[in-house]
Write a protein that binds this ligand. Structure first.
Ligand SMILES: *Cc1c(COP(=O)(O)O)cnc(C)c1O
Length: 471
């Protein structure tokens, strides 16, 4: 392909990307096509012969458009998803064009140095111990996994067991202590590490899903031997924070490694009016946090942050080697992968684009918008907000005056109706034994007016559903 042909293709996709983004403000927030329809559209035998790039890109765009969710739309509140900000998007395009394989500092000094410095920026913004190591991973699932691998290695090393060399067979048992409502992906990490998702001590939680005061200390008090404790900054439904100061002290007294799953909630520390929520979590040993949620980077971006850089490196190192003092930091030494893209570039671009003040303002705005949403919905006589809206999450229970099963069924129908209407997108969850609507305010594109419009859409769908079912 000639440079001129490449220019034509890339200009064309730039136009397409801009048109897509432009159309999203008023587009329905749900995908228009179903999975079955999309599968039928893609279904074809593997092609025998190559096709011109311009043509196949046109075809790809035509095929996908009906089945794309409007996740960058201003009223997308499903799961907890950032909006891939233009700065991150632009840096990510270049990242692909540069095609750096970010394993080794000698092979790609630019990508390696960018990650090292951007990692330092993250520690400053999140106010975590400055000598911590930072691995640039795909998501908080793998950030948690990476941190827990470091934890596993270190707590066993302290009792004379080299898990990196000898594995878990015959190793002293490792106790894992976590809150009853830890995020499902944390259990995946424990599975990958051979620690077992069931072989854990579950600490009872408050109605907000947070470890009960005193309960963690009590749970850990009776344990002997290596201990890993896992706390949460930003509960998936309530947005709440575990009582870190207390947990950290109790963990330290027992020599436990304390990890914090802060996929989105850790960003509260970058926002002066929310920072109090995460007070004390700087005492932990490791932290997992996403870029592709609150920082609005493109997807495949999260950070595994470990206080003990050597423990981090021991757990992830691919070729065991002696690291001379002052030598280069090899990106692959801190993540589970060898060959990968330069994730640091998009993170660098987002932090440059927003700056510390811009990140703080965005987090603060989303939290205020979550409160606005909770007030608008909570004003409806048969709607209850189940959580203390301390962050960006709103847990909404419909039909408080109805029988539980009936309310659950109507909640599911209301969610389907809201998605169908397309004005906004919300998802459901089962929490405290009931179906709820979960609203996550975390998109860079959401304005206060979008909150009002969405609250109206949610209430009108709920009234219509309730009326149609005459209860
Ligand atoms: C989203 C989330 C995760 C998983 O993060 P991914 O980026 O999807 O891998 C883990 N913990 C919490 C609290 C989350 O919100």
């Amino acid at each position: 392909m000639s440079a001129e042909e490449l220019r034509v293709v890339l200009h064309k996709i730039a136009d397409r990307a801009v048109a897509f983004r432009e159309s999203r403000a008023d587009a329905p927030h749900r995908p228009l096509a179903t999975y079955a329809e999309m599968k039928a559209a893609f279904d074809a035998p593997a092609p025998e012969h190559g096709a011109p790039i311009g043509d196949l890109i046109d075809e790809l765009a035509a095929l996908t458009t009906p089945g794309l969710a409007n996740m960058v739309g201003p009223r997308f509140f499903g799961w907890v998803i950032g909006a891939t900000h233009p700065a991150g998007l632009a840096a990510d395009w270049l990242t692909s064009a540069w095609a750096q394989n970010v394993g080794n500092a000698h092979a790609t000094p630019a990508a390696s140095a960018c990650e090292e410095i951007t990692g330092r920026w993250l520690l400053e913004l999140l106010d975590l111990p400055r000598s911590s190591s930072v691995g640039f991973v795909t998501g908080a699932t793998i950030a948690n996994f990476t941190c827990l691998a470091a934890a596993r290695g270190e707590v066993l090393r302290r009792v004379g067991w080299d898990v990196e060399a000898d594995g878990l067979f015959g190793a002293p048992p490792v106790h894992v202590v976590l809150g009853e409502e830890a995020h499902s992906t944390v259990f995946s990490g424990l599975r990958y590490l051979g620690l077992g998702s069931k072989r854990v001590v579950r600490v009872p939680v408050t109605p907000q899903g947070l470890m009960q005061p005193g309960a963690f200390a009590k749970a850990i008090a009776t344990l002997e031997g290596p201990i890993i404790a896992i706390a949460q900054a930003g509960h998936i439904n309530s947005g709440g924070f575990d009582p870190f100061a207390e947990i950290a002290n109790a963990a330290r007294a027992k020599g436990a490694w304390l990890h914090v799953d802060g996929a989105f909630g850790l960003w509260a520390r970058a926002c002066p009016d929310r920072a109090h929520l995460g007070r004390g979590l700087e005492l932990a040993d490791s932290w997992g946090v996403d870029g592709h949620k609150w920082l609005q980077t493109p997807h495949d971006s999260a950070y595994a942050i470990v206080r003990d850089a050597e423990a981090h490196r021991r757990a992830m190192l691919i070729a065991a080697s002696y690291l001379p003092e002052g030598s280069e930091r090899h990106p692959a030494d801190y993540v589970p992968e060898l060959s990968r893209r330069g994730r640091g570039f998009a993170t660098w671009a987002m932090i440059k684009s927003l700056g510390r003040s811009g990140i703080a303002a965005m987090v603060s705005r989303h939290c205020a918008q979550a409160r606005q949403m909770s007030e608008l919905l909570g004003a409806e006589r048969d709607i209850e907000i189940l959580n203390d809206v301390v962050l960006n999450q709103v847990a909404v229970r419909l039909g408080v005056d109805l029988d539980g099963a009936q309310a659950d069924a109507l909640t599911d129908r209301t969610i389907a109706r809201i998605q169908q209407d397309g004005v906004c997108f919300v998802g459901g969850a089962n929490w405290r034994g009931r179906q709820i609507i979960r609203v996550s305010v975390i998109s860079a594109n959401t304005t206060d007016a979008d909150i009002v419009k969405s609250a109206e859409a949610i209430i009108s769908a709920w009234r219509a559903e309730r009326h149609a079912n005459a209860v």
